[in-house]
Design a protein around this ligand. Sequence first.
Ligand code: PLP
Length: 393
Amino acid sequence: MSENCSPPRRYCDQAATSWPKPPEVIAAWQRAATELGVAPGRGGYREAVEAAGVIEDARRVWARWLGGVDPQRIAMPATATLGLNIAIHGLVRPGDHVIATAADHNATLRPLAWLARRGVIEMSVLPCDRAGRVDPGDVAQHWRPATRLVVFSHASNVTGAVQDAAAIATEAHERSGLVIVDAAQTAGVLDLDASAIADVLVAPAHKWLLAPHGNACLWCREGVEPEMLVQGGTGLLSDTLDMPNAFSARHEAGTGDLAAAAGVVAADRWWRSQADGSVEPRAFAAGLATTCRRALEELRGVRVIDGGDGPPIVSFLVEHYAPAEVATALEMAAGVQVRSGFHCAAAVHEGLATPEGTVRASFGPFNTQDDCQTLVETVAMLVAAAPGSGTRS
Ligand SMILES: Cc1ncc(COP(=O)(O)O)c(C=O)c1O
C-alpha cells in the first residue's frame, strides 16, 4: 500500500500508451532535453549538429522497423493522428470514394467522415465480425469506379484482431487503388513489412515500441505524394518561399521533437539488446494476455471478446456492470488501470455487439504475472458480488 492507502499502481492500458518505458529510453529522452536542448537542424553549433544526427538516426530506425524501407520516404509527425490526417487529406481528391472499415480508429474515421460530410468524398465502411475482423472480399463488393483509397487499422485497438492486410491490399491494388494502413496497434507487436501491405503506413512511437510521445512515422511509397498539410520553416533552403522537395522536409515543417526522436533511437537499442535474452518481451506480453483471457473465460458472467491474435489486448464485459463500473472497481480495489468505453473506435462495437463498449486490458513487457492475476481475481470478486455469480464447471 502506498502512503494514501490506495493499492499500488498496476497499469494495464498499454494499448493506449506504453508505461513504464525502458530506463534507457527515459535516459535518452532526458539527455536530449537537458544536454542538447536545441532545435535540430537549425544551427551549425555542436549540439545542433548532433541533434540533426539524432533525427536522422530515428528516421533510419523507423525504416528498419517498417521492414527495410527507404528512410528518405519517412517523415516523423508528432502523432500518428497527424500522419494519418496528412495521408488522408493529402491524397484524396474531390469526388473520390474511400473504403474504410468498422474496426478503424477515429484517427482515420473522423477525418474521412469530416470530408464526407462536406461532400468532398463518399465513403463506405466495411462491416466487421464479432472479433473486429473484416472480410477482404468485401473490398471488391464495395468497390466503385470512383474508389481510390482503402484505409484500415492493421489491428483493432479494441479486440487486438489483426486484419488480413496483404489480402486487403491485393484487392485494392488489383483495382488500382491506394492503401493506407494505420499500424498503431501492430508496430512493435508484429514484424512489419510496410511495402508488402501498404502504399502509406503510419504508426506512433509511444505504444508497443516503448518510445516516447511526440514521434510517429508516416511512410509513403515512392511516387505516392500527399499534399502538404502544413508549410513553414524546415531549416533548409530558408531563402526561398517554396517548401523543399525532400519527402521528410515537406511533411515536417516546424521544430521537431528532439527528445522523442532520441527516445526512438534508444528504444531501438533496447529492443535489440533483448534479442539474446531468455524471454522475448513481445512473447512475454502476449503470454500475459493469453493467461488473462483464459482465466476470464472461466468466470461465469464474463464475456471475453474474440480477437487477440495481435497486440496483447483483452476486451471483456462483466454481467450486471457497466464497463466504466468495472474499470473504476479494478482501480479502487486493486490499483489495476484499464480503459473502458468505446476506445475511440465507435463503429467496431456494432460488430462486437457491445453497445456500451468494453473493458479493455492490455499488457506490455513490464507488466507482471501478478498484475494479470490481480486483475482476474478482482473481476472474480465483482462477479461474486453480482446476482447469479459462480465459476463455470
Ligand atoms: C488503431 C489506432 N490508430 C491511431 C491511433 C492514434 O494514435 P495517436 O493518438 O498516438 O496519434 C491510436 C491510438 O490509440 C490507435 O489505437
